[in-house]
Ligand binder design. Structure first.
Ligand code: GLP
Length: 265
């Protein structure tokens, strides 16, 4: 894993945007369709803002992109402002010209979440592999909505949120944890591992413990983010607060300082 420890959240946003741009502009792509894995939550927002800036000011093109969400709430009606499909349209895809028909997520609104899970797996399989998958990490170490205890080999399925996650996400529902759906559909940890490049971004003191556990702790279902240790191409992008509990912080900074020219992310 490459751990990129940077001074500010804005610096993190730029590096994450670089990783996405690298996929969009890869010389061997030649305009072919590409699957991007998008995350919601606050962690990727600065990266999205930077991608929108590059799109509007520098002409970065999202033509040919098929966007795939990590997860979705079960039971919010289609078009609900806090459904992740709506959130990602608002925060990124509309602004960079990705047609809503090309934004895919597990169908949490259709009334049959148990059928929606394998349907989403099939859609991902058909369009994949995802070229770059953006990830955040929850305070309890979850990625997507894979709560602690999730199988490291899991595929897209229905999960029940922990009360902590519902409380953490209450801020998006007027502060009312009871309004946060209890069930979700999420790509499994095994599904996430199918992407070619995983980019996890975390900022702020509240992420210091889960980041350290995921990056330097043991591989365990108790810290779902630790599954990243199994993937051959992972970039963990953290600001100094989120990286403050990393035991090898000095080494990560040293590696970054001595990156080879053109080594990329
Ligand atoms: C949410 C999402 C995750 C996200 C995580 C962290 O509940 N389902 O995909 O990465 O929790 O959220 P945030 O980035 O807002 O801290």
């Amino acid at each position: 894993m490459e751990v990129v420890l940077l001074p500010t959240p804005e610096d993190c946003g730029r590096v994450v945007a670089d990783a996405v741009q690298a996929v969009l502009t890869a010389p061997d792509r030649r305009g072919a369709p590409v699957a991007l894995g998008l995350a919601t939550g606050s962690s990727p927002l600065l990266a999205y803002r930077e991608l929108i800036r590059r799109h509007t000011e520098e002409g970065l093109s999202f033509a040919g992109v098929e966007a795939f969400l990590l997860d979705e709430y079960v039971g919010l009606p289609a078009g609900h402002p806090e459904s992740y499909r709506e959130v990602i349209r608002r925060e990124l895809t509309d602004a960079v010209g990705i047609d809503p028909a090309r934004v895919h997520g597990p169908d949490g609104a259709g009334g049959d979440p148990l059928a929606a899970a394998p349907a989403y797996e099939e859609r991902l399989r058909a369009a994949g592999p995802v070229a770059v998958q953006l990830l955040g990490i929850g305070a309890n170490g979850h990625v997507g909505f894979n709560e602690p205890g999730s199988s490291l080999a899991s595929r897209t399925r229905v999960k029940t949120l922990t009360e902590q996650t519902r409380a953490d996400n209450a801020r998006f529902f007027g502060g009312d944890a009871g309004a946060v759906p209890r069930h979700v559909l999420t790509q499994g940890l095994g599904t996430i591992l199918d992407a070619r490049h995983l980019v996890l971004v975390a900022t702020g003191e509240g992420k210091a413990a889960p980041v350290a556990a995921a990056v330097e702790g043991p591989l365990t279902a108790s810290v779902p983010g630790s599954v990243l240790q199994l993937h051959p191409h992972v970039t963990v992008v953290v600001d100094s607060a989120a990286g403050s509990r990393l035991a090898r912080a000095d080494h990560y900074r040293y590696v970054l300082e001595h990156k080879l020219a053109d080594q990329g992310w």
